[in-house]
Ligand binder design. Sequence first.
Ligand SMILES: *[C@@H]1O[C@H](CO)[C@@H](O)[C@H](O)[C@H]1NC(C)=O
Ligand SMILES: *[C@@H]1O[C@H](CO)[C@@H](O)[C@H](O)[C@H]1NC(C)=O
Ligand SMILES: *[C@@H]1O[C@H](CO)[C@@H](O)[C@H](O)[C@H]1NC(C)=O
Ligand SMILES: *[C@@H]1O[C@H](CO)[C@@H](O)[C@H](O)[C@H]1NC(C)=O
Ligand SMILES: *[C@@H]1O[C@H](CO)[C@@H](O)[C@H](O)[C@H]1NC(C)=O
Ligand SMILES: *[C@@H]1O[C@H](CO)[C@@H](O)[C@H](O)[C@H]1NC(C)=O
Ligand SMILES: *[C@@H]1O[C@H](CO)[C@@H](O)[C@H](O)[C@H]1NC(C)=O
Length: 491
Amino acid sequence: MASHFCLLLIFTFFTLVFPSNGSSLSSSKLLPRFPRYTFQNREARIQQFRGDRNEYRYETKFFSQQLDHFSFADLPKFSQRYLINSDHWLGASALGPIFLYCGNEGDIEWFATNSGFIWDIAPKFGALLVFPEHRYYGESMPYGSREEAYKNATTLSYLTTEQALADFAVFVTDLKRNLSAEACPVVLFGGSYGGMLAAWMRLKYPHIAIGALASSAPILQFEDVVPPETFYDIASNDFKRESSSCFNTIKDSWDAIIAEGQKENGLLQLTKTFHFCRVLNSTDDLSDWLDSAYSYLAMVDYPYPADFMMPLPGHPIREVCRKIDGAGSNASILDRIYAGISVYYNYTGNVDCFKLDDDPHGLDGWNWQACTEMVMPMSSNQENSMFPGYGFNYSSYKEECWNTFRVNPRPKWVTTEFGGHDIATTLKSFGSNIIFSNGLLDPWSGGSVLKNLSDTIVALVTKEGHITWIYDLQHQKTRNGLWTSGKPRYG
Ligand SMILES: *[C@@H]1O[C@H](CO)[C@@H](O)[C@H](O)[C@H]1NC(C)=O
Ligand SMILES: *[C@@H]1O[C@H](CO)[C@@H](O)[C@H](O)[C@H]1NC(C)=O
Ligand SMILES: *[C@@H]1O[C@H](CO)[C@@H](O)[C@H](O)[C@H]1NC(C)=O
Ligand SMILES: *[C@@H]1O[C@H](CO)[C@@H](O)[C@H](O)[C@H]1NC(C)=O
Ligand SMILES: *[C@@H]1O[C@H](CO)[C@@H](O)[C@H](O)[C@H]1NC(C)=O
Ligand SMILES: *[C@@H]1O[C@H](CO)[C@@H](O)[C@H](O)[C@H]1NC(C)=O
Ligand SMILES: *[C@@H]1O[C@H](CO)[C@@H](O)[C@H](O)[C@H]1NC(C)=O
């Protein structure tokens, strides 16, 4: 299933905001945390998904792309990878639809093999499935290699959402010509950042795509369109509704961690308590690691066992809280936290010691995007949130981006380019055929569209639902007339 995203925290001690080395984006607090592929044994995992669902069969192809769609400079082209499956396609003459999954910030095979819904509905609609990869991720690297592509701000400057959308538009137009399928309708799909791409592409290229399903897509999490606290408030509530003592233990743990860290050999002791492979450099690293786990848990708190980012039991938050609350009466706060977090990081019981690098920072494509266009302000308010208190500080965000990439963010660009302020008016007047699907327990749902805005701008909201990543929709689809009526609602 699914999962995702980010957090920002900052203790009330401002000194903790950035680690003193200051040379990399080591503070995950600053950046939106979307689900993405972080496993070492990528091949094994993809094989596992394909084995579970033997219908995940596709051909892998490459398409020669413009590096810059918006200038006529003589730049080298790059190879964009795409996956294609035509098993169920009705064909061009029958106007079989083309379902295009908008590749997110990661390896496209991982997204394709986690998108059960799109595979499930392909036979019903007689659809051709295509999964173009997002530039600068997976194998779709400009300049021939990841190393060259990620060299500096100049080589990275073509990693933008606009370029990625133009890639999809150019790609699908060319594909249709090759298949003599110019008249076939294209429907866009995507989850999280990919869902944002799907919605935005429908708005920018209405002549290319007839509609979009934007799953768990926080297109409003920019500037001041929604309050910056929504993410942490919702994530915190997901814990509180399971157990208020669990919520309180987590809330109290941040100070306990700092206090322990300040003792002589405190970092060593924390390293032992939490079974890390290497000695902690700072309590910040530990807090980030915990914060990350709680955030992802809130995104993937499915009622059934799932294995999207981590193998987890059904109702994983309930299980975490059971461990936190159920530790012996003499257990310290930190022992409780360790017991709880092990449900997330060590559910299989196969982990010898924990590594901190499961969510690496630094020269990473998503961090670049967060430092340029994808500025999603996040705060954690100490009243409602169990996370460390933190107020979004654009100056320090900017500073960190400059230190890491030598680039200045443009926090207002997304709303200028795609809209966001008074989105209801805009979408009602100028948009059509977009489905926004969200589960209200998903911390990102606060930044998405949760109301029906017109007959064809539709919000599917699952009150007790989590990230409606495409896979999850599969579990809901029988309750969902839109997808079971047997006829696509085109046009
Ligand atoms: C970035 O790297 C490229 C390729 O090596 C080089 O030509 C360019 O001058 C560098 N730009 C900056 C700003 O360092
Ligand atoms: C369309 O066909 C041309 C010529 O064979 C090929 O170079 C191109 O990659 C094809 N386009 C796609 C999207 O596969
Ligand atoms: C601690 O810092 C050193 C030097 O910066 C680094 O090599 C090491 O990976 C860090 N350890 C952890 C656990 O992050
Ligand atoms: C808890 O601590 C008290 C006092 O140190 C001790 O008497 C008691 O046996 C401990 N209980 C457990 C279950 O370890
Ligand atoms: C993971 O769980 C197993 C089984 O409970 C335990 O032996 C191991 O120490 C745990 N690993 C860590 C890093 O806590
Ligand atoms: C925000 O960050 C800047 C730069 O790091 C710092 O000077 C300033 O004091 C911070 N503001 C607040 C309110 O913390
Ligand atoms: C929006 O309308 C659809 C029917 O078109 C309905 O299924 C759905 O529940 C509505 N969403 C909301 C948030 O009311």
